[in-house]
Every structure is written in C-alpha cells, then in structure tokens.
Design a protein around this ligand. Structure first.
Ligand code: PRX
Length: 660
C-alpha cells in the first residue's frame, strides 16, 4: 500500500526547492554551500574515507590519538582503534575548559502549566558538569563499575540527560528504555543486558496525566530479578514504594556527592550504550554502539546537517524522546559537542493546547527544529490557526525523521511552519546507523517533497537486488550501504549470529538496512518503507511478531497475525487478525481487553488500531500466513467489524496462492 503510494508520488513529484537565497546570511555561514561542493566532497569522502573521518575526528578531544582510522573485516568495523576519549568530556568538560562554562548547554521546559507559567530550567555547561559529576559519583558509590550496564527509565527531565552523561563519564554503558514501555518490556531488557542498576523517576507527566514509572520499574525488576540498585528522581511527587537496601532518592543521595569526578579514558571501541529496537522476531535486539566512531559521527552529522554554529545565537530543538535513538544522537551526544544549546521538552505537543510546540519555538527563539512526520500530520489536522498565533521567524532549518514524509505534509511544514524560507532536511537513518545517512544539506541540496535526497559524506548508499548488483535509477530495490561508517552498530548484545544474519547476510558483502528504496533520475533516494516484518507506527519501530506474541499470550487467543495498515496520522497503523479459543466469542469487550493486554505486554504504542476476529488465518499450502493478503484486507478496512465469514478470505487466499 505504502509502496504504491510512494512510487506514484515519485513519478508525479516535480517540485524542487533550491536552498533559500538568504540562507547563508540567516545561518551566519553555511558549511556546504552548493550541490557541486557537496558532490566533490562526497566523492572525496568515498575515495578516502580514512582521510575524511580522520580529519573530522581531530575536532574532538582525545586522551590518546588513534593508531588507525579504520580496520574493517566484514562485519566488524573498528574506528579510531588505539584512540582513547570520553564522550562526556567532549560534551561538557571541553566547553568548560575552553572558557564557555557560562554558555547555555541545556534548556528544559516542563509540561504542566501553573499560574506562574511553565517550569523552565537552564543549565550552563559548568552547571551541567557539576550535576553530571554528582550523578557519576553516586553511581560509583552504588557500586557501578566501568563496563556495568545501567538501565535508565525516566521521563524527559534534565536529569535524564545528566544520567546518560554520567554513565558515559564513568564508562558504564547505558540502556535507556522509553518511558512508554511496560513493566514486561523493562524486564526483558534488564534481563538481556544483565543490568543490576536502574535509574528512574517517581512518575512522568504526559498530556496532563501521570505515568507511574517507579511502579513499572518495581514490577519489571520483580520479573527480571537481579536488580540491586534503583535510583529514583522525584519529579511528580506521587506516592512510591521504596525498597530498603535497594532504592535511593536522587535528592538525598546524588545531591550530596562531590562535584568533581574525572572522566574515564575509554577505548574507541568500548561500548557507549545499548539501545533496544524491534526486529523481525518477537524479541527486541540490543543494538550496541561504541565510543569513538559514534561520537565523531553524531556530532559531525549534527553540525553539518543542521548547520550548528556556536558563534551564532542558535537554539536546537529535537522533539524526540531520549528513549529513542533520535534523542540519544540529536538531543544529547551530537549537539553538546557543538556548543549549541539543546532544548528538551517534557511533554505532549498538544498540552495544554495544540500550539504548545509553536509557543516553545517562539519563547525560546528556536533556530533548528527537528520532528517526525506523524507530528506534522497531527498539526495539519489541528489546523493552521495554532501555528499562526505565534512568531516562528526564528526558525532557520526544519528537520524530519522516523518515517517517509508524504509530500502534502512536507509542503505544509515548509509553508506553514517554515514560512517558505527554511530548508527541510528529511533525514533517513536508523537506530543501527547511529546518525544521519541520507539527507539534504540545508545550504547545498535542492530539496524535493518526499525525498531524503543524497547520502551524507562517507556513506556509500546504493539500491541493489538480492545479489548485491546495483540497480539503475528508476528501479526499486533494497537499500544497502556498501562500506562501513563510524556511527554503525558494532553488534547485537549477546547475539552475534543474529547480527550477521540480520545485517550482513541478505546482500553479500553489504549492510542491509531493511528498507526498500528507489532513486529518481537526479539520483535522489526515496524510501519506500520496510521490507521485513517491522512496521513504523508514528515513527516508532515495532516488530509485527512482537505484537503477535503479546496477543497469543492472552488466554482467549489461538493465533494472531499483525500487519501494518495506512493511517492518516500515524503513517502506519496496526491491524491484528485474531482467531479465538472455541469458548470465547468475539465482542467489543474482548477487543478492548486484547488491546489492553498488548499495552501491558509491550506499551501503549503497540496497541492495535483494528482487531478483527476470524475463524482461521489465510495460509499458503506450506502453512505461511498470507501477510500481503491481510495487508490488502486491512488497507480496505474502515471499521473494526468482525468478518462475518472467513469464506471471503479463503477464496481470496486460493486465488492468490503462489503470490506470497
Ligand atoms: O524505515 C526507516 C524509517 O525508520 C526506520 C528506522 O527506525 P528506527 O531505528 O526506530 O530509527 C528511527 C529514527 C532514526 C528506517 O529503517 N525511517 C527513518 N527515517 C526515515 C525513515 N523512512 C523514511 N524517511 C526517513 N527520513
């Protein structure tokens, strides 16, 4: 479905927007100023990646220089081997030592409105460093050592950034779990990482409601076992149960710690973090990122793609949650080394009213704004009157990430939010890639609504067939990356085989992204969507099998098949086809109960939009569920009605046997 729409789009899209004439002047100097300059630099970066990345890496602080920029033995990349650095040092200490201790590092706004306005906190680099040191010392005092994996399950509060940086400071890899995930999801991740320490909050604010984070941690820790330390930040003031000997309050324990803590010199290839993401099996995989390459890649892409300039009064706002890779890379790690303040907002875009984002842009004079198509589509639906109430003239660059952006949303973003004067950078990348891979550069690349345009420096992207042969422009195929890049994942935690199978087996000798794509006659890339059993719901990645496993763990369910379906706001919605145990009858109550069950097993983001009861699932003769057929049925579904008979499905199935 999505595929057909996109190909249609490509064939008919002829609008092209060169970088605005006044961009150079508004941004105060663009790093790359023309398409020709981009092309020449890209060519050089592909011919001599070690030269390119070696030079980029020199912009950072290293305790010890690297011996070699790259050692590559498929599928293992070592970047800056022999080098020692610390990413927290590069985010914070370096700015303080460089005389910028009083410059703004983090601007935070809380969600709740009070009569005196919103709660706003501004941390300078010096303040951030003190907070990070205290937290790092607290972790050490709790017994956390270099190499221990620390789980972080918090709302979007400044202490989340502090906790992440504190882990990086002492060389304890973090595993941040999105605050919308359930207790069971926490348990799975804690167990897989064998993590004994969790940092959390009493609760989080979301659209005026309280999310009971600590209660979820208690339940998750009970399922997982082995958790010996829980550090709890008081944010909402809700009642929580503190387990003596295991749980400590942040304000009692962290605030008392000394404000200096040396940065641990880390090897380039030491693990920086684990981040769990969905794949095509039921079990989320812990994507491993390491220190040196990830640091250079995220900060260098952030600088170039958003044209971050510390010499101008810029404020960078990425609206993602730190629980996803976008927040890791473009709220924290990619931004702070560039000495541009990063804005963090706690809550929902429509609280208390649908203009909250635009109100924030206006009040904080945001210059670069980075969000997801699903949010843009929601804003379109809420109407132009909300953004029109605000002065958005501070904006210079607009970014999009997480899923394909439909040209209608792209145009609305450009005109209504950007006033027609801000380039849009539609950035294609993944949890696994660490940072941007295919993206326009705002001062250089003419943009086309719906296309993520051209590969970043050092990225050798191609559209290939299953044998790895490059396809001519105009032909759809698999999106592959033919050479290593510094931000690439280094593995799946505890599962080497799955790492090789998932990314380096389908196309010989190349990284397989899991996306289908296409290049137009200009050579621009168009992402058609996932070609595996992963769906992208509101820019959040979910495995259909994960949702299926959650459904079949309900006593009423015998079998379930989950597919994506087109959804106006979410991009892709979730449709579930479910067969029931004989003594359960289809009903709306059961439907609601199943949705609740999925939310409990995974999180609210995984709740199916449509649940259809059927007496059997359509299968091929060899017993494979005919997913394409179900996708077509789901795409035509406008109601959650039960299918009266499965006859229709089985007739369809017989007709289409062999197509799957
Ligand atoms: O399908 C692509 C889609 O999101 C997937 C990666 O999801 P995740 O690892 O959660 O990371 C999301 C944020 C980087 C990709 O395989 N995707 C991401 N960005 C885009 C996109 N699809 C089209 N256009 C994009 N700009």
């Amino acid at each position: 479905m999505a595929e057909r729409t996109s190909i249609d789009t490509i064939l008919h899209e002829s609008r092209i927007f060169p970088p605005p004439a006044d961009f150079e002047q508004r941004i105060g100097g663009s790093y790359v100023t023309s398409l020709e300059a981009y092309r020449a630099m890209h060519r050089r970066s592909i011919e001599d990646p070690e030269g390119y990345w070696g030079e980029a890496a020199r912009a950072f602080h290293w305790f010890r220089p690297w011996d070699r920029v790259l050692e590559w033995s498929l599928p293992d990349a070592k970047w800056f081997a022999g080098g020692r650095t610390n990413l927290c040092f590069n985010c914070v200490d370096r700015q303080v030592q460089g005389g910028h201790g009083e410059a703004p590092a983090l601007i935070w706004e809380g969600e709740p409105a009070s009569p005196s306005g919103y709660e706003i906190r501004r941390l300078t680099y010096a303040e951030l460093m003190r907070e990070v040191c205290r937290c790092a010392n607290a972790l050490k005092a709790m017994g956390v050592r270099r190499g221990d994996i620390v789980t972080i399950y918090m709302g979007m509060v400044p202490e989340l950034a502090v906790a992440v940086l504190a882990c990086a400071r002492i060389g304890a890899p973090h595993s941040v779990i999105f605050g919308g995930f359930s207790a069971q999801a926490i348990a799975d991740r804690v167990q897989d990482a064998q993590s004994r320490t969790i940092i959390t909050c009493d609760g989080a604010w979301r659209r005026g409601h309280l999310v009971p984070l600590k209660a979820n941690v208690d339940e998750g820790a009970a399922i997982a076992g082995g958790v010996t330390n829980v550090l709890v930040l008081r944010r909402c003031g809700n009642d929580v149960r503190m387990t003596p000997g295991r749980d400590r309050w942040w304000h009692e324990f962290v605030d008392d710690q000394p404000t200096d803590c040396p940065c641990e010199p880390m090897e380039s290839e030491d693990m920086l973090f684990l981040l769990y993401t969905s794949g095509s099996t039921g079990k989320p995989k812990g994507i491993m990122h390491t220190t040196g390459g990830y640091m250079v890649y995220t900060a260098h892409t952030a600088r170039t793609v958003f044209n971050l300039r510390p010499d101008r009064a810029q404020v960078f706002w990425c609206t993602a949650d730190v629980g996803w890779v976008t927040g890791h890379s473009y709220i924290i790690y990619g931004v702070l080394p560039n000495r541009v303040p990063t804005l963090m907002y706690e809550g929902a875009p429509n609280f208390p009213e649908p203009d909250r984002f635009w109100d924030i842009v206006e009040r904080h004079r945001v210059t670069q704004f980075y969000t997801a198509p699903t949010a843009i589509r929601a804003f379109m639906k809420w109407g132009d009157a909300w953004p029109r109430k605000h002065d958005l003239s501070s904006l210079i660059v607009l970014g999009s990430v997480g899923e394909p952006i439909n040209p209608e949303a792209w145009m609305w973003y450009r005109e209504t939010i950007g006033g027609g004067r801000c380039p849009i950078v539609d950035t294609w990348w993944q949890t696994e890639t660490g940072g941007h891979m295919i993206t326009p550069l705002p001062g250089a690349t003419p943009t086309v609504p719906g296309s993520c345009t051209l590969p970043f420096f050092g990225v050798d992207a191609a559209i290939v067939d299953e044998s790895g042969a490059e396809l001519p422009h105009g032909k759809g195929g698999l999106l592959a990356i033919r050479r290593p890049w510094p931000g690439m994942l280094r593995g799946i935690h505890g599962d080497r085989e799955r790492f090789i199978q998932t990314y380096f087996s389908r196309i010989p000798g190349m990284y397989f992204a899991g996306d289908g794509a296409h290049r137009d006659e200009r050579g621009y890339f168009w992402i058609l969507g996932r070609v595996d059993d992963v769906i992208n719901v509101s820019g959040h990645r979910l495995g259909t099998m994960e949702v299926e496993s959650a459904l079949v763990s309900h006593p009423a369910v015998v079998e379930a098949a989950v597919v994506g379906m087109p959804h106006d706001i979410k991009g892709t919605g979730i449709a579930a086809f479910v067969t029931l145990e004989p003594h359960f009858a289809p009903s709306d109550d059961l439907r609601a109960d199943l949705a609740k069950h999925v939310a409990k097993e995974i999180g609210a983001i995984a709740k199916p939009d449509v649940i259809r009861f059927t007496d059997a699932l359509p299968k091929t003769r060899s017993g494979k569920i005919m997913r394409r057929l179900l996708r077509d049925v789901a795409a035509g579904a406008d109601t959650g009605q039960d299918m009266t008979t499965l006859e229709d499905l089985s007739v369809l199935a017989r007709l289409r046997e062999g197509e799957e």
